[in-house]
Design a protein around this ligand. Structure first.
Ligand code: NDP
Ligand code: 8X3
Length: 249
């Protein structure tokens, strides 16, 4: 059986991708910080083998230990890494921002992705045409008002994806960067620190992407033939034109 590692599997895109990959016949390795969520999710993923572990991707030693702890039959058959764990914290002018928020975003979105990639690439390279998929954002393609550090972190993901495509070319690992626009998950609730009213307003007056839209995009990427590498996908709601322009009813 082929196995896929998904970071940030306890919610949103990561959870939806887990269901999609189960349907494609993959065994699953699911990481996130919230153990209770992972346990509940594992209980619903009854059609495949599921391995879960509590993991904060900001902790390099913990990342290395988590990968080293994988059972041999899983470690020997990792064909997919989905670097999905990430977050925005706060939105506003830089001079009014908090360094703690910046650190959380940069440590998770950038350094966590580096730690995980570094630990898993030796497993992926055993299998020609395996996949490394990074969740960037429309915020990695352009900047918008109040997005400063989140946009910087996702621009970094975009750049790392391009660099990995060069670094991993000779290892025949396909690298894809996914750049979604506004998607209704727990993302805005996290960004606005539990303020449900502000989080809900983000999606007011238009139909945002759903987590399943991203999961289906991952399915498309993984189901291409060996000679096809989907390098970069920007996917937005029909009501979104760029990082900041929406058609609201
Ligand atoms: P959610 O908040 O619903 O999910 C985020 C996931 O990341 C959770 O499972 C969370 O798990 C995990 N996570 C956060 N911090 C860490 C950490 N330090 N270690 C391990 N896991 C962590 O948001 P989305 O599903 O929307 O976001 C998924 C990715 O997609 C993120 O990288 C986000 O930036 C990106 N994205 C989202 C968009 C959107 O509009 N929703 C658009 C474009 C990109 P836990 O808290 O249990 O650790
Ligand atoms: C999440 C989408 O537009 O809030 O990456 O940056 S956006």
């Amino acid at each position: 059986m082929k196995y896929a590692i998904i970071t940030g599997a306890s919610s949103g895109f990561g959870q939806a991708i887990a269901f999609e990959l189960q349907n494609m016949g993959y065994g699953l390795v699911l990481f996130a910080r919230r153990t209770d969520r992972l346990t509940a999710l594992k209980g619903k993923l009854t059609q495949t083998e599921v391995y879960t572990a509590t993991l904060d991707v900001r902790d390099e030693q913990a990342v290395n230990a988590a990968i080293a702890a994988l059972p041999a039959h899983i470690a020997d058959n990792i064909h997919v890494l989905i670097n999905n764990a990430g977050l925005a914290v706060g939105r506003g002018p830089l001079d009014q921002g908090l360094s703690d928020d910046w650190n959380r975003m940069l440590d998770t979105n950038v350094k966590g992705l580096l730690y995980m990639s570094h630990a898993v690439i030796p497993l992926l390279e055993k299998h020609p045409f395996s996949h490394l998929i990074n969740l960037s954002s429309i915020a990695g393609k352009e900047v918008y008002a109040g997005g400063n550090v989140y946009c910087a972190s996702k621009h970094a993901v975009d750049a790392i994806s391009k660099a990995l495509r060069i670094d991993l070319l000779s290892k025949q690992i396909k690298v894809c960067n996914i750049a979604p626009g506004a998607a209704e998950t727990e993302f805005s609730l996290v960004r606005f620190k539990g303020d449900t009213q502000t989080a809900t307003q983000v999606y007011y007056g238009f139909d945002p992407l759903q987590a399943e839209d991203i999961a289906q995009t991952v399915s498309f990427i993984l189901s291409r033939p060996d000679h096809v590498s989907i390098a970069d996908i920007t996917i937005m709601p029909s009501a979104q034109a760029n990082g900041s322009l929406f058609h609201r009813k």
